[in-house]
Design a binder for this molecule. Structure first.
Ligand SMILES: Cc1ncc(C[n+]2csc(CCOP(=O)(O)OP(=O)(O)O)c2C)c(N)n1
Length: 286
């Protein structure tokens, strides 16, 4: 969430497939943000409108894209920053290496935020890397690395804010590792009890970021019971509205499949589209 808050309107967010909340904080309708996961469309929104790149299902592919955009902005003299999000598992991809290397060599205005939630599906971090931390990897690329408690929203906001300011001021890229924990299974096809203990999960529940944020807000006297209740109620209303709208089954034109694959359709795509149209017409006549 903090990731979506540190950017200016002109900046760009490059989310992984997981980062729908950061996209919503950038102003996207949650239904648009979740369209990809429903499988209806490659992207449920116009990336240029909100400056949110399409959610990226193949791990880490968004990182070189972010560097390319940031480098281009830098060359054009635009003070645009790109914030690129990735999971701990994504850091093992070649794209991670290429992106960080190019970013540092070009001093591109890009910030990499690794959300280290301990697991890539069933693979724990210890089987993913032998580095002392993921933030340490920054040293080898020649950029600053920052390690932050990912469950402390204010700390994440501060560290990311500094990194974004640094990038905007010409100071180049930063790698931020935010340490957190995946309380639930990866998906409903994943049985997390097969590779971790209940005790481990319970220990992390004590560090629930929402509860910690609520406590910090109360401690500072920013909100009392009524204010907290109002926030909770509005979140429940948003979730209920989202469930209702996600369950509506939109009527989709199968021929949309061929849209936006390329800026201009190739001859093969046009042929395939014509073939599908003929098949659909034949079905309709049956
Ligand atoms: C290139 C690639 N390989 C494998 C997958 C399958 N896959 C989807 S999610 C996932 C784990 C991702 O773990 P991590 O990067 O730590 O992110 P998290 O989902 O935990 O936020 C894998 C292996 C994929 N989407 N892309």
């Amino acid at each position: 969430m903090a990731a979506g808050l540190v950017l200016e309107e002109r900046d760009w967010l490059f989310p992984s497939y997981r980062d729908t909340l950061a996209a919503v904080v950038r102003g996207l309708d949650p239904v648009q943000a979740l369209t990809l996961l429903r499988g209806d469309w490659h992207s449920g929104y116009d990336p240029r409108e909100h400056r949110v790149a399409p959610l990226s299902t193949p791990l880490a592919t968004q990182l070189p894209h972010a560097v390319g955009l940031a480098h281009a902005a830098h060359l054009k003299g635009d003070d645009v920053v790109a914030l690129a999000l990735v999971g701990d598992g994504g850091t093992s991809e070649g794209d991670f290496h290429e992106a960080l290397n190019f970013a540092a060599v070009w001093q591109a205005p890009v910030v990499f935020l690794v959300q280290n939630n301990g697991f890539a599906i069933s693979v724990p971090l210890a089987k993913q890397t032998a580095a002392p931390s993921l933030a340490h990897k920054a040293v080898g690329y020649g950029m600053p690395g920052r390690l932050v408690d990912g469950n402390d929203a204010a700390a994440v906001h501060q560290v990311l804010g500094e990194a974004v300011r640094r990038a905007r001021g010409g100071g180049g890229p930063t790698l931020v590792e935010a340490v957190t924990y995946r309380i639930d299974a990866h998906t409903n096809a994943d049985d997390a009890t097969r590779y971790r203990s209940d005790a481990e999960v319970e220990a992390w529940r004590e560090h629930d970021p929402i509860a910690l944020l609520e406590a910090a807000i109360r401690d500072r006297g920013l909100l009392g019971d009524d204010g907290i209740r109002a926030v909770r109620d509005s979140a429940e209303r948003l979730a209920a509205d989202l469930r209702t709208r996600m369950h509506q089954d939109p009527v989709l034109d199968p021929l949309e499949l061929f849209e936006h694959v390329y800026a201009e359709k190739t001859s093969q795509l046009r042929e395939q589209a014509a073939q599908l149209r003929a098949e659909l017409d034949a079905e309709g006549e049956r």
